[in-house]
Write a protein that binds this ligand. Sequence first.
Ligand SMILES: CSC[C@@H](O)[C@@H](O)C(=O)COP(=O)(O)O
Ligand SMILES: [Zn+2]
Length: 212
Amino acid sequence: MSALPYDHHRLCELAGELIVNVRELSARGWTPATSSNFSHRLDARHAAITVSGRDKGRLRESDIMVVDLDGAAVGSEHRPSAETLLHTQLYRRFGDIGCILHTHSHNQTVASRLYAGAGHVRLEGYELLKAFTGNTTHEAAIDVPVLPNSQDMTTLAAQVDALLDRQTLWGYLIDGHGLYAWGRDTAEARRHLEAFEFLLGCELELRRLTGR
Ligand SMILES: CSC[C@@H](O)[C@@H](O)C(=O)COP(=O)(O)O
Ligand SMILES: [Zn+2]
């Protein structure tokens, strides 16, 4: 009998799924220099999350650990992601969120700098807006919030909570930092992440081409 307070078999399954996805995202250049972190809900009280500082392009099973929803390591001596609180706050707040993907792509980082003053990036009129769960038409607009960066995760988490009090979100940018995106499972979180990345790329390209 296992003394672990979670299902180890389920952890192995989820770790395998995360590793495949993270390596693919990393191969696109979205996780430079060990940046980025990734997690999946394990059960009502635990999440699987990347160990801090690991090379996400070479992620393997030993680079994924378990935390409780207070962010404390469970059954591991490793240090969980420095940004664990930004994951656990979402799992605590929304029982149906299953996966959170945080990346530092070039587009995400540049867009976060350009739109920090405005406080959001407006994505409007794109067919790909339908990739976000709940959107059924291109005749929609999504404001992707841009939060000021901080090394203090409680400050960042409080900003995220204040946003979530006001609006439904599938992701946000942090200035000079990157993007957080999530979904009810890995496939949905990845679809949202890819849609944000693509649409931010379009906005940046339009700005280059039109100078607007
Ligand atoms: C390597 S700089 C990026 C980090 O400061 C951080 O933003 C990040 O995304 C990765 O931190 P980590 O602790 O590995 O999860
Ligand atoms: Zn980061």
